[in-house]
Design a protein around this ligand. Sequence first.
Ligand SMILES: [Zn+2]
Length: 272
Amino acid sequence: MRKKIYLTFDDGVQEGTDEVLKVLSKNDIKASFFLVGINCFHMYMYERDQFNNKFQLLINNHLICNHTFSHALEFYSSYYENGVLINNKRISAFRDLTFNTKFFQWLLFKMNHRKCQMDNWFFRPPGRNILNDSDKNNLAILLSEIYNSHPSYPIMGWDLEWNMTFELSTFIREEVRKNHESKARFNPLQIINHTNEVLNQNVNFDRIKEKHQDVLEKIFRCPKDKIIILLHDRAFRFHPQIDFSEELDSLINKLKFLGYEFETLDKYYGQK
Ligand SMILES: [Zn+2]
């Protein structure tokens, strides 16, 4: 059997989604995108045409998956224990996940994509890898809620990650902390509002720390026939000096040359 690669891009739609989509289209391969509702909502509200174009490409050519609405506002430990704090109210991780489904149902309805299946779309918890045993303990509350209501809900982690830096998470956590300390009424969109600006002003934030050759070696060392790889759109966004999307292109080219096949997660268990 030819080895299968599942490229999964987390946290979109965001800066870098365009660059990733271009590389995938050039190589004629499909990937899975774990979307964060709050990022999509922000772009839908403020850059609608741009958002619509990217979203259409994702729906028509790739697989969209659920990565929660709030992405825990980057506070993962407290999120899985107590939920995310918005306007002094705690919203559980499970409600955040189901709210994201409702949000995308609404969005797809607005955009006339009424046939797009959303009932059993793949879910990945933010900041945690379900395939890692120690992470599973953290996720116990969320997982029991999911399995009680949707016993067959597909939850996906990853086998290996294209390692990157995470300065943006630190920035968002600081913003949220300041906001809670000032006791101002808190609208998470205000924080998200800054994120694209922060990424644009800090071109070296959230960039890949490994060359494509390093990722290739990790793939060779992985004993599985089906390998799920975690990537983030923003790591490949425009940079004035370095074309990071070329690194992604090189990885895909070499894997194709070596006979690997690329699939979306809905094919992972063999169903069509
Ligand atoms: Zn994420």
